[in-house]
Design a binder for this molecule. Structure first.
Ligand code: 4AD
Length: 456
């Protein structure tokens, strides 16, 4: 590279008096009598680099004063206040001009306003920090699994079988339905795959296939949900981390989930101190202390049955009344993690009727070995379970749900050929980023959010 990253200029130990070339977008500028100043940012660092222009040097600097202009600067690195560095420019060239209607002006814009320009918002401090945290966290997740013998697998995004069975699958088709088809069957058989296909809501079923060969696997890719839920926690395309572990029971799954969350957050705190300070200052006061606290304490564990009792005895007025068998609503989940435990908490062993077909049936005949991880402020960030390893019980659960067994022959075969106890979970990557940054809307932690009525 012919230019140096701004991050490297700040991090270098022996750079004073060196001549460097840096590039970036102008974030602020100031023109005074004898000197002009630019602050530029190239996206590698949260901090802007100050460029000092001595007007006596006859550098053509005026076109570079406009916000948003992209520039290349050559100059000498010199010490600045508070142990920082800046550049005394010897030449400045404008790479791309930027007109005054540039939407990102100096003032602080609201997140709602910035959501209308996903192509530009990355140039603000907030999104500079969000997307670096996202990147470091993705690498930390890979590091976590890679260093513990998990094999990274890429499960298909187009699938013929529904994992969660909640009717939330986007259909994949090359032909629209028309009255010309006698029935659905004829329509689907004329389509690209010759049968109904959709975008995967989870890589779990194929993840189990891989775990039955490699022992420990994880996926990290997009999942799609055609949920009509317009909430700050749902997007139609989210990134899903799904480990699957052979020879493991529910407590093992819980152990991995807790260890993964703590290890990844530790790495982010260590690698992104500037970004985390930024979130602490501007989005959630005390977020760093919250995360340190999370790392140094055991997560809570409570069974669904005990959680229901606790909610019923809380004396709290809920919009949705609680009774055994109901799905826990956000208000219930928040009460459990924010008011009762005041920390991350695993809720286990849910009624089988409200959970998926593949979960291991507990001996009580009423519950399954499921687990959700709830965190204060965000709610559920992980959903997982031990899987039913018994062929007959699995088939019975599928029949109860009127599922077409022919679509799940691979999955059922795993229970025929050397079945083992196994389990895993799905982490909503964006939800973890929300928890770590204190950003309260999922649309602000993904480059291009896809939600009901919104695709760009
Ligand atoms: O609880 P879910 O539906 O579990 C599964 O999909 C399992 N097959 C995972 C597994 O065991 N391998 O989803 C897992 C997580 C949720 O806890 C949530 O964090 C996230 O995925 N998630 C979403 N995130 C954003 N937008 C949505 N619409 C989401 N739906 C689920």
């Amino acid at each position: 590279m012919k230019h140096t990253d701004i991050k490297e200029i700040f991090n270098a130990t022996d750079i004073i008096n060196q001549t460097v070339t840096v590039c970036g977008w102008v974030r602020t500028s100031r023109d005074s009598k004898n000197v002009a100043f630019l602050e530029i940012n190239d996206g590698t660092s949260l901090k802007h680099l100050q460029i000092v222009i001595d007007k006596a040097l006859d550098i053509e600097y005026e076109p570079a004063l406009k916000l948003g202009t992209s520039v290349k600067v050559e100059g000498t690195v010199v010490e600045a206040r508070q142990g920082s560095v800046e550049i005394n420019a010897t030449s400045i060239s404008v790479i791309g001009t930027c007109p005054p209607e540039y939407p990102l002006q100096k003032k602080r814009h609201t997140l709602e306003f910035l959501r209308t320009m996903p192509h530009l918002r990355g140039r603000t401090n907030t999104f500079n920090a969000v997307f670096r945290i996202r990147s470091v966290m993705a690498a930390a997740l890979h590091n976590y699994f890679q260093s513990r013998n998990f094999v990274y697998v890429n499960t298909p995004l187009i699938t013929g079988s529904d994992c969660e069975g909640a009717g939330e699958m986007f259909q994949v088709t090359t032909i629209g339905y028309s009255q010309d088809y006698k029935n659905e069957e004829e329509y689907y058989s004329s389509d690209f795959f010759g049968k109904k296909a959709g975008l995967s809501v989870s890589g779990q079923l194929e993840g189990e296939v891989a775990a039955m060969a490699h022992g420990k696997i994880y996926t990290f890719g997009p999942s799609f949900r055609a949920e009509n839920s317009n909430t700050p926690r749902h997007v139609a395309e989210f990134w899903h981390v799904e480990p699957e572990i052979a020879f493991a029971e529910l407590p093992d799954v819980i152990e991995v989930a807790e260890d993964m969350i703590k290890t990844v957050i530790r790495e982010v705190l260590d690698k992104c101190p500037d970004e985390m300070k930024f979130f602490d200052d501007h989005f959630e006061k005390g977020v760093i202390a919250k995360l340190e606290d999370l790392i140094s304490n055991e997560f809570g564990v409570i069974s669904y049955t005990d959680a229901v009792k606790l909610l019923q005895e809380s004396g709290q007025e809920f919009t949705y009344p609680v009774e055994w068998g109901c799905d826990l609503q956000t208000e219930h989940e928040r009460y459990i993690s924010e008011t009762v435990f005041k920390k991350a908490v695993f809720v286990t062993d849910y009624p089988k009727e409200i959970k998926s077909f593949y979960m291991k049936q507990n001996p009580d005949g009423k519950t399954v070995a499921a687990v959700d991880l709830l965190v204060p402020g965000v709610g559920e960030i992980i959903g997982g379970s031990e899987r039913e390893g018994d062929y007959d019980k699995l088939v019975a659960a599928m029949k109860e749900r009127n599922m077409n067994l022919d679509l799940y022959t691979d999955y059922l075969d795993l229970r025929k050929y050397g079945s083992v106890p196994h389990g895993g979970f799905g982490l909503g990557f964006e939800r973890l980023i929300m928890y770590v940054t204190g950003i309260t809307n999922i649309r602000d932690v993904i480059l291009y959010p896809r939600t009901v009525g919104n695709v760009r």
